[in-house]
Design a protein around this ligand. Structure first.
Ligand code: UD1
Ligand code: CA
Length: 461
C-alpha cells in the first residue's frame, strides 16, 4: 500500500514475524499460510499492521519463504531470516529496513485476529509515556504455551516475560499472558536486540528478553491488557486454528447481522471474510458462503447450501443446493438438491428444481428446469421449459459440444439432446425424443432419432 503521511502512526513501521517452522501444526504447508475463513493467517496480520500504521509492513520470512512470498505478493517489504533462531533473531533481520522509524510495532504472523485499533492503542500508549516497550497482554484460564507476564510485587510494573519452558511452578500458574504484540522505541530497540543472549533451553534469541533489558536500562515497560480474548488467539496447533476459526466466524456473522442480515444460527453459518450479503437476506443453518461470493438483498439461502465464488441477485431462494462459480440473477428459485457448476448463468425469475445440474450454460430469464436434468455447454433462451429427465449429451467421448435452445421452446420429458444441436424458438420435442439434428423454429419433433412431424401455429397474441 502507498504510505499515508497523515496517518496517526505514520512514524511507526510495523513488522510481522513469519519465519518460524510452525512445527506444532504437523503440516507440509507453512503455518502462516493455513487458512481462516478463506484467507491465510498472514493476510490478516498484514492487513491489521497496514491499517494500524498506514503503510506497508515488513514481513520476516524464512521457513518455506518462497511459498510465503508467492502467496503474499508485492504488498509488503520482505526481510529474510536464514535460520529460525528465535523471535528476537527474527526481528533483528528488519533493522536495515526499519532503523529510521521512530517506533516499531511488532506482531506475530500466527496471531491473526488482532484488530488495528488495538495495535494503535499500543502505539499511542508508548508515545504517551515515552516507554521503551508497550506490550499487549491477556488474562486467560488456558495458557496454552504462552509466555507468562511477571509483574512487580505491587502488580503494577511488568518486569519480565518468562516462556513456559523456563517457568518455575509458581510462574506456570500466572494467568496474564504475552500475546506477542509490541511497540518499541525505535531509538532503543536495535541496540537492545544485540544484547539478547541465546536461551539456555532452546538456544534461541527470545524477543521477550527485551523486557528485562528495558527494565535494566531503567526504561519504562507498559502493558495494555486486551479486553477481547478472542483477539489474542495464537495459532500453534490445529486446535488453536479451530478456536480462531470459531472466533472469526462469530465476528464476521455479527458484522453481517449488524448490517441487516438475519442469520438464524450463527454457530452453524460459515461465511468467509470476502463475502458480501445484502440487507433483509435470511441465511439458514449449515450454509457455507465461500470466496468472493456476493448475495443480494431479500434472499433466503439454505439450509445446507454451499455457494462458492458466485454472484446471487436480489430476492433469490436457494434451498439445500451447491453453487460454484456461477451467476444467479434476481428472483430465481434454486433447489432443493440442485448443483450449479462453474459457468452457470441463471436468468431472472428462472426456476431450477430437484436434482438439476447445470454447467457452463445459460438458462434464460423465466425458464424452468424442475426435475432430474442435466444442461452442459448449453445456451437456453427465455421462458423455456426443460422437461423432467432432459439431458444434453454434450460429450462424444472426445470433445464437448454446444446445445442451443431458443426462447419459448418446450423440451418434452426425457429428451436427449445430442450436441452439437439447436432447437429453434417455440419448437417442441416429444417425450423421450432423441434429438440428433436441429429442430427448426416452431416445429414439433418426436421419436428416436427425432423427426420433425409438424409446424406449430403462432402463439396466441
Ligand atoms: C511467542 C512468545 C510468547 C508468546 C507467544 C504468543 C517468544 C520467545 N515467545 O511464543 O511469549 O506468548 O509467542 O504469540 O517470543 N518466528 C520467526 N522466527 C523464528 C521463530 C519464530 O519468525 O525463529 C515467528 C513465527 O513464524 C511466529 C512468531 O514468530 O509467527 C512466534 O513464534 P512461535 O514459535 O509461535 O512462538 P511462541 O512459542 O508462540
Ligand atoms: Ca505462536
Amino acid at each position: 500500500m502507498p504510505d499515508e503521511p497523515d496517518h496517526p502512526c505514520a512514524n511507526t513501521r510495523a513488522i510481522v514475524l513469519a519465519a518460524g517452522m510452525g512445527k506444532r501444526m504437523k503440516s507440509k504447508r507453512p503455518k502462516v499460510l493455513h487458512h481462516l475463513a478463506g484467507r491465510p493467517l498472514i493476510d490478516y496480520c498484514i492487513t491489521a499492521a497496514e491499517r494500524a500504521t498506514g503503510r506497508a509492513p515488513i514481513v520476516i520470512i524464512g521457513h518455506q519463504a518462497d511459498d510465503v512470498r508467492a502467496e503474499i505478493g508485492e504488498r509488503v517489504i520482505f526481510a529474510h531470516q536464514d535460520q529460525p533462531l528465535g523471535t528476537g533473531h527474527a526481528l533483528m533481520q528488519a533493522e536495515a529496513h526499519a532503523a529510521s522509524a521512530a517506533q516499531v510495532l511488532v506482531t506475530h504472523g500466527d496471531v491473526p485476529l488482532l484488530r488495528p485499533e488495538t495495535l494503535r492503542q499500543l502505539v499511542a500508549l508508548r508515545e504517551r509515556h515515552g516507554a521503551a516497550i508497550t506490550m499487549l497482554t491477556v488474562i486467560a484460564d488456558d495458557p496454552r504455551g504462552f509466555g507468562r507476564v511477571i509483574r512487580d510485587a505491587q502488580g503494577e510494573r511488568v518486569r519480565a516475560i518468562v516462556e513456559e519452558v523456563a517457568c518455575a511452578p509458581a510462574q506456570l500458574a500466572i494467568r496474564e499472558l504475552n500475546v506477542g504484540a509490541y511497540c518499541f522505541d525505535g531509538a532503543w530497540v536495535w541496540d537492545a536486540l544485540k544484547r539478547i543472549r541465546p536461551n539456555p533451553q532452546k538456544g534461541e534469541y527470545f524477543l521477550t528478553d527485551l523486557i528485562e533489558i528495558a527494565v535494566a536500562d531503567g526504561r519504562e515497560v507498559r502493558a495494555l491488557t486486551a479486553e477481547d480474548r478472542d483477539e489474542c488467539i495464537g495459532i500453534n496447533t490445529r486446535i488453536d486454528l479451530a478456536d480462531a476459526e470459531r472466533a472469526l466466524r462469530r465476528r464476521i456473522n455479527r458484522q453481517h447481522m449488524l448490517n441487516g442480515v438475519t442469520i438464524v444460527d450463527p454457530e452453524t453459518t460459515y461465511v468467509e471474510v470476502s463475502v458480501e450479503i445484502g440487507a433483509d437476506t435470511v441465511i439458514l443453518p449449515n450454509t457455507h458462503l465461500i470466496g468472493r461470493t456476493r448475495i443480494g438483498s431479500d434472499c433466503r439461502i439454505g439450509p445446507n447450501s454451499y455457494i462458492v465464488e458466485s454472484y446471487v441477485g436480489d430476492r433469490v431462494q436457494i434451498v439445500q443446493s451447491m453453487i460454484e462459480h456461477s451467476r444467479v440473477e434476481d428472483d430465481v428459485h434454486v433447489g432443493p438438491f440442485a448443483h450449479l457448476r462453474p459457468g452457470a448463468h441463471i436468468g431472472a425469475g428462472a426456476h431450477i428444481g430437484n436434482f438439476a445440474e447445470i454447467k457452463n450454460s445459460t438458462l434464460g430469464a423465466g425458464s424452468h428446469m424442475g426435475h432430474f436434468s442435466y444442461l452442459g455447454d448449453a445456451s437456453v433462451g427465455e421462458h423455456v421449459n426443460i422437461g423432467a429427465g432432459t439431458i444434453t449429451c454434450n460429450f462424444d467421448g472426445v470433445k464437448k459440444h454446444r446445445t442451443v435452445i431458443g426462447d419459448h421452446a418446450f423440451i418434452g420429458s426425457d429428451t436427449m439432446l445430442v450436441a452439437p444441436v439447436t432447437v429453434g424458438k417455440r419448437a417442441r420435442t416429444g417425450a423421450g425424443a432423441v434429438v440428433t439434428k436441429d429442430v427448426p423454429d416452431a416445429t414439433l419433433a418426436v421419436g428416436i432419432p427425432a423427426r420433425a412431424i409438424r409446424k406449430l401455429g403462432d402463439p396466441p397474441a
